[in-house]
Design a protein around this ligand. Structure first.
Ligand SMILES: [Zn+2]
Ligand SMILES: [Zn+2]
Length: 331
């Protein structure tokens, strides 16, 4: 099969690999579409654990074409997506229902080969039916499931004001989900006016370019502030916008060794809650239900479509697209 393989950091190419061998509890999926996420760019640059050589791609959907001897929950031909995170369910973390910290954690596209390939293998227990979804929707279940998990962790106050930094695909998913969760108004800040226009279209009450925001941002006003930028310089001042007794959700992935400075007295005096959200845990079903019932518009986020042979150029120069999708079985 054709696959895009990252051989060593910053070195990738399309090559011919054997179709993955199936474990007895695994299914083989012919990939319809796979999303490119910030994590893939980090893997390409060698900034993320997982090891090389690696076929990236942890956000994907496709058709089941083969099943292991003990895989019997799904049918050949069924259109599915899969949670790329493979938890052991028997370590200490899993037993305490903190599966995203599984000590034997494996993830398709991170620690084993993923979906930037014609076929991907995954244990059947990770698979979800998404019949009727478009390939684009199917490939964006995973990031939406991460967003659902983040908002579950942070809690969205009914009737509250929510502030989101970043109008990329993740920021725009947070926006739509916060409205579903009962936010009274969502404000979105981003560098790019065209992304803010889309935020408005998707229901943002107020949008600001970063420049406008530095002049008029409202301090101590938002019950929930969400960072999706992962840029330490952008993250640092965000605490001042959180309302007394409010919550700050750190969702964007900052570089591993980055530092910001915050005033602990402010956290104490204003009773601030700082919440992290790492990957996802058991939120695939909710994400699928939200998409199936048209509560979240994902189609509109897909603005860059690649074949396998175009992936390497994309990694070398990602540009400022919203969601980039790879179609490994298209020429
Ligand atoms: Zn991702
Ligand atoms: Zn475990």
């Amino acid at each position: 099969m054709k696959a895009y393989l990252i051989e060593t950091p910053n070195q990738g190419k399309v090559c011919e690999l054997p179709v993955p061998e199936l474990g007895e509890d695994e299914v083989l999926i012919e990939v319809a579409a796979a999303g490119v996420c910030g994590t893939d760019v980090h893997i390409f640059k060698g900034e993320y654990f997982g090891g090389y050589p690696r076929v990236p791609g942890h956000e994907f959907c496709g058709t089941i074409v083969k099943k292991g001897s003990k895989a019997n929950l799904f049918q050949i031909g069924q259109f599915v997506t899969a949670d790329p995170n493979i938890f052991c369910e028997s370590c200490d973390a899993c037993k305490q229902n903190h599966q995203n910290f599984c000590q034997n954690f494996q993830a398709a596209g991170v620690s084993r080969h993923g979906a930037f390939a014609q076929f991907v293998a995954i244990p059947e227990r990770c698979v979800f039916d998404i019949s009727g979804f478009t390939p684009e929707e199917g490939a964006m279940v995973e990031p939406l499931a991460c967003v659902v998990y983040g908002q579950e962790r942070a809690g969205v106050p009914l009737g509250g004001n929510v502030l989101i930094f970043g109008a990329g695909p993740i920021g725009l998913m947070h926006l739509q989900l916060a409205l579903q969760n009962g936010a009274a108004a969502v404000t979105v800040v981003d560098l790019f006016p065209h992304k803010l226009a889309l935020a408005k279209q998707l229901g943002a009450s107020f949008t600001y370019t970063s420049e406008e925001w530095s002049a008029c941002g409202k301090k101590n006003y938002y019950e929930l502030v969400i960072d999706t930028t992962g840029v330490p310089k952008a993250v640092e001042p965000q605490i001042s916008y959180v309302k007394d007794a409010g919550t700050w959700l750190i969702f964007g992935v900052c570089p591993e060794n980055s530092q910001i400075s915050i005033n602990p007295y402010e956290i104490f005096r204003r009773e601030l809650k700082i919440v992290g959200s790492y990957a996802l845990k058991k939120t695939f079903g909710k994400a699928i239900a939200l998409i199936r019932n048209k509560k979240i518009n994902l189609e509109i986020l897909a603005d860059n479509r690649l074949t396998l042979s175009e992936v390497n150029d994309f990694f070398l120069s990602p540009g400022s697209h919203l969601k980039t999708l790879v179609y490994p079985n298209r020429e």
